[in-house]
Design a protein around this ligand. Structure first.
Ligand SMILES: Nc1nc2c(ncn2[C@@H]2O[C@H](COP(=O)(O)OP(=O)(O)O)[C@@H](O)[C@H]2O)c(=O)[nH]1
Ligand SMILES: [Mg+2]
Length: 295
């Protein structure tokens, strides 16, 4: 399956429906129907109005404009081109955060797999010490992918695990260490404070660490994840977003709203349960896949 097929639900909800509406041309009546479709794809009010304005303007200038080309242009403009992340020190320390079930552990496994495939070494560390199942899950991934995993006894302080994992990665000269954290809700103040502590410990253990902090968001939740994301950002300085499960939702439009509201680069998207189903995010490719002619 290519990206266009994996994002098929969002593509159907957005471009297939718009195509049917605009068969009769672009006018105030069809724009009203288009508004519903744009909102339905979870683009949000603000961006929906922005897109409708562009349609009005373009079609006033030129009745024979292509709605698809107009939409591709306006959506591409909403997504800046992100500079690639190039780690400057070794080990590069990544902390991964988010609510339960968002896809943190799966993301870490797939990410580590692609790092290893690129010839670099990676240590996966489990700072979720509340559930035995958490370290077992990561250990299982490690076995399957042949990637070392740093675990500790249940109940160990997550800060201590962070310290140990970074030290081990330094001593054994790993290129990367990726730290998994327990899922938590922003309303759980104690757990959120603990996240701040993990962050501080990383910085004290190694100068400049963590080098990136990935916030993993469940794409099926769409824009409803925004307040939650903003709360996380109060406790830990998130550097990049990962939006998972975009294969299982028609709410692909929320990606544009997330990028805009949170003002953070979307680094990866999850588009399935397979090992290759995490992709480096590229705005143009994404837009092409959900609305382009040939995506
Ligand atoms: N369809 C789909 N499922 C995903 C994706 N990413 C994660 N999952 C599934 O979501 C569930 C929770 O993932 P997990 O990594 O354990 O979440 P965590 O609690 O944040 O660590 C698992 O069943 C994953 O297979 C994705 O991009 N697409
Ligand atoms: Mg997990």
């Amino acid at each position: 399956m290519n990206l266009r097929e994996k994002l098929g639900k969002s593509r159907n909800a957005l471009s297939e429906k718009l195509g049917m509406v605009f068969v009769q041309g672009v006018d105030e009546d069809t724009l009203e129907l288009a508004e519903e479709i744009l909102l339905g794809s979870d683009l949000g009010w603000e961006l929906t109005e922005l897109v409708l304005e562009r349609f009005r303007k373009e079609f006033k200038l030129n009745r024979s404009s292509s709605w698809r080309a107009v939409l591709v242009n306006v959506l591409e403009e909403l997504l800046p081109e992100y500079k690639p992340w190039i780690p400057v020190t070794k080990p590069a320390v990544t902390i991964v955060v988010g609510v339960n079930g968002a896809g943190k552990t799966t993301t870490i496994a797939r990410l580590s797999q692609s790092i290893a495939a690129g010839g670099e070494s990676v240590l996966m560390a489990c700072a979720d010490t509340y559930r035995a199942a958490a370290s077992e899950q990561l250990a299982l991934w490690g076995e399957r992918l042949n990637i070392p995993v740093h675990t500790s006894l249940d109940g160990t302080d997550p800060g201590a695990v962070t310290f140990d994992a970074i030290r081990r990665a330094q001593t054994k000269q790993f290129d990367h260490v990726i730290i998994d954290t327990a899922g938590r809700l922003p309303t759980q103040k104690g757990l959120m404070d603990e996240l701040s502590k993990v962050y501080r410990v990383a910085g004290k253990t190694m100068e400049g660490a963590p080098h990136r902090i990935l916030l993993v968001l469940d794409g099926t939740v769409g824009q409803n994840a925004l307040p939650q994301a903003q709360q996380f950002m109060k406790f830990i300085p998130v550097t990049d977003l990962v939006i998972t499960k975009l294969d299982g939702t028609a709410k692909g439009g929320s990606v544009f709203a997330m990028a805009r509201e949170l003002n953070l680069p979307i680094r990866y998207i999850g588009v399935g349960e397979g090992a290759d189903d995490i992709v480096l995010f590229d705005g143009r490719v994404f837009v092409e896949a959900i609305v382009g002619q040939n995506g």
